[in-house]
Design a binder for this molecule. Structure first.
Ligand code: ZN
Length: 64
């Protein structure tokens, strides 16, 4: 069985992580996981804000 030798690379810092037994996979540590999650939420929040603004603008120009 090679299952125990599976390794992935942390999407945050690129460090190799042993898949089996890793609490924060695919991240190497809780720190990397939290950083990546926080960034994702921030991006999502920004995208939604921009979408709302451009939607309003489009509706306005369509009506006029
Ligand atoms: Zn990492």
């Amino acid at each position: 069985m090679v299952e125990e030798k599976i390794e992935v690379y942390c999407p945050r810092c690129g460090k190799s992580v042993r898949w089996k037994g890793s609490l924060y996979r695919p991240f190497c540590s809780q720190r990397c996981k939290l950083i990546d999650l926080g960034r994702w939420i921030e991006e999502e929040y920004c995208l939604q804000g921009e979408q709302l603004l451009s939607d309003e603008e489009e509706g306005d120009s369509n009506a006029a």
